[in-house]
Design a protein around this ligand. Structure first.
Ligand code: NAP
Length: 639
């Protein structure tokens, strides 16, 4: 599929290398070369990054230091090319420790170094893979629901552990979100080196932030490469899963593409259906009376030609912010109905291709992409979290919740003021009045302002009263006639796992037990539902600090640890102890109340109908990694 995960031998001449180095990101290149050559002396003091703040070009390295770094890099790459490199006599651990000290001028804790070594996973290595295999004589099988990013990962790990499994996937292909969301402009807002499996880094990403098709190809290629496709039943939707206590197994009622139902039996179930899967199409009065075509962003109707049409877009969240610019270019008129404005993070290279020189370096310098991932991990994840934490003494709390949070607000305000300096009318509509990180931050390279300023685009902030056959009526009574309505109105994020019915011990149904307020232990297990494991379950969404793939990898390691307890132990079923689950959730809730999304009153999918954040993880990434490294058998009753 044209995806490359290993670097190519270097055969280029010095001029080609020198020219490529102009595009290098040096704070990650020098560690990569130190690691590849085993010569850590190139991590010189005077070449250290001057700042760890995200998005500062070359981490603030002065021009002359950059020149010196490029010279050293050229020499190191030449040595690799000419075979003049002795094998690296250091362990990765030593390299990581030295590099962290070089980058930060302070030592990293052993725990953090351990985590970083896993994240780094240099070519060909996979430290998170299971180091055990199930005895083939044991009768135990697993059903995975969903073949998106998490389901593919689950399958790879089950395969590595020798546990028989089947993936049930409602769609006709793998990819989940990246298969379903085909709206124009769909792309990821976490940098590629990070939004990818730690063990399947790609050295040839075409852009810094991949478009939907690129990511779909990536997940397809992973499914192919790890040989899991044969275990996927496509076009198969799970209607109900019920635990049968006497046989310690789950019975799943599934519906095939032809509508025929059957029962699938397995000893454990892993739900990998995602949090943002079922579209939310709001029940606006008259919605279904609209005479023209209408569709949701995640069910884009590519048969509808928008060229020259009057198009209404309802909603301005992360999805709409991506599809509105290309739709504006096509539509005759575009009417945008915004309920709440977004905070935008300026990222000038958000839509850019990776420059040719940097692309060459990624493809040829061993481990460069891994050290780039390391740099991103170090600078853009847990370091961001304090800006979302509430300072109890901070007043007033309506527009920011702490000094750090207010600094973000000021930065983002200045960005919007600059972007809309010539349009005070629009600035008044787009400037949020709530604290940053209360809801999703949107990356922007200036395209939002350019789009809103187009002659054929109008932004409405009045509420929507109803939809009529002709169009959208706002609260001021004006009917806006349109040909097409597009709902960019998000997903039913609080209704975890619905519309599936999950029935546990004593006939308890999971969504009835939750009553609109989903909770789980580690986001993975729920009392009364033995051997039922969730990925991207309650309180495992991250807001500012990182990639959801990181969470999936942690979750799957934990799940595999549970399965090991089952297949190697006396009991074949484990049920989370209620008191463990409850204490965990109290801790999560208390911590979420200390986070900006826990106290904000602005609309967002980060809270459920009870006002509680059943979605978000309130701690740092290391904390989740630590908690999920292995299950504590004492947290479970074995039945
Ligand atoms: P979303 O963030 O929930 O946005 C939904 C939008 O629809 C909001 O503007 C919301 O307004 C509006 N809305 C909902 N109901 C409405 C109603 N009855 N009347 C008027 N407006 C209404 O959904 P999304 O944009 O699909 O994004 C969901 C999540 O998916 C994101 O937060 C992100 O995690 C993920 N995502 C990621 C990317 C990426 O990586 N680049 C792209 C797309 C999505 P309010 O704000 O007032 O509720």
């Amino acid at each position: 599929m044209g995806i490359s995960r290993v670097t190519e031998p270097i055969t280029a001449d010095d001029d080609t290398i020198r020219s490529a180095l102009k595009d290098a990101f040096l704070p990650a290149l020098l560690p990569a070369l130190a690691h590849a050559t085993g010569d850590l002396s190139i991590l010189r003091d005077e070449l250290r990054p001057r700042t760890l703040a995200p998005a500062v070009p070359q981490a603030g390295l002065p021009a002359e230091a950059q020149d010196a770094a490029r010279e050293l890099a050229l020499e190191a790459i030449r040595r690799i090319r000419d075979g003049a490199v002795a094998p690296n006599s250091h362990t990765i651990e030593e390299d990581v420790k030295r590099t962290v000290a070089w980058m930060t001028d302070s030592p990293a804790s052993d725990e953090y170094v351990h985590l970083l070594m896993e994240e780094l996973a240099p070519e060909g290595e996979d430290p998170r893979a299971p180091d055990w295999r199930m005895d083939p004589a044991v009768r135990f099988s697993v059903v995975v629901i969903g073949a998106g990013m998490s389901g593919i990962l689950a399958a790879i790990r089950l395969q590595q552990a020798g546990i028989p499994y089947t993936i049930l996937e409602k769609n006709a292909d793998v990819g989940g979100t990246w298969l379903e969301n085909t709206y124009p402009g769909a792309r990821v807002d976490v940098s590629n080196a990070f939004y990818s499996y730690s063990f399947a880094q790609r050295v040839d990403w075409p852009t810094h932030y991949s478009a939907q098709g690129t990511l779909l190809d990536y997940f397809r290629s992973c499914a192919e490469e790890y040989g899991i496709r044969a275990n996927i039943r496509f076009g198969t939707e799970v209607i109900e899963a019920a635990f049968d206590e006497p046989s310690r197994s789950w019975r799943l009622r599934v519906k095939g593409a032809d509508g025929a139902e059957e029962t699938v039996v397995a000893q454990a179930v892993i739900s990998a259906v995602g949090q943002l899967n079922r579209p939310n199409v709001p029940n606006i009065p008259g919605r279904d009376s609209f005479a023209g075509p209408s569709f949701h962003s995640a069910r884009w109707n590519h048969d509808v030609d928008l060229a020259g049409k009057r198009v209404a877009v309802i909603g301005t969240g992360a999805s709409a912010a991506q599809f509105i610019p290309p739709v504006a270019e096509q539509a005759g008129e575009l009417l945008i109905f915004q309920r709440t404005p977004n905070w935008f993070v300026p990222v000038p290279h958000y839509y850019d291709s990776i420059p040719a020189g940097l692309a060459w370096l990624y493809r040829h310098v061993p481990h460069y992409i891994h050290w780039q991932r390391f740099w991103l991990f170090w600078t853009t994840t847990d370091g961001m979290l304090p800006a979302a934490r509430v300072d109890e003494s901070w007043q007033p709390r309506d527009r920011s919740v702490s000094q750090r949070n207010d600094e973000l607000r000021q930065l983002f305000t200045a960005y919007l003021q600059a972007q809309f300096a010539d349009r005070p009318d629009l600035l008044a509509k787009v400037l949020p009045g709530y604290a940053p990180a209360s809801k999703r931050l949107i990356l922007d390279n200036g395209i939002w302002a350019r789009t809103l300023k187009r002659e054929n685009v109008r932004l409405y902030t009045e509420g929507i009263r109803e939809v009529t056959p002709a169009g959208v009526v706002t609260d001021d009574g004006v009917e806006h006639a349109v040909d097409v309505i597009i709902y960019g109105t998000g997903f039913q994020a609080s209704k975890f796992l619905t519309p599936m019915r999950i029935v546990g011990r004593d006939g308890i149904e999971l969504n009835e037990q939750w009553d609109g307020d989903a909770r789980a232990y580690m986001g993975i297990t729920v009392p009364h539902f033995p051997n039922f494991f969730m990925m991207y379950g309650p309180n495992t969404n991250i807001v500012v600090n990182g990639s959801i793939i990181y969470f999936s990898e942690c979750e799957m390691r934990y799940i595999l640890g549970c399965l090991r307890l089952l297949v190697e132990g006396e009991s074949r079923a484990m049920d989370c102890r209620p008191e463990v689950h409850d204490a965990y959730n109290e801790r999560i809730d208390a911590a979420n109340r200390q986070m900006v999304w826990g106290v904000a009153t602005v609309n967002s999918w980060y809270r459920n109908e009870k006002g509680r954040s059943a979605q978000n993880w309130p701690f740092n990434l290391v904390e989740y990694w630590r908690q999920t490294r292995e299950p504590n058998p004492e947290d479970y009753s074995f039945i």
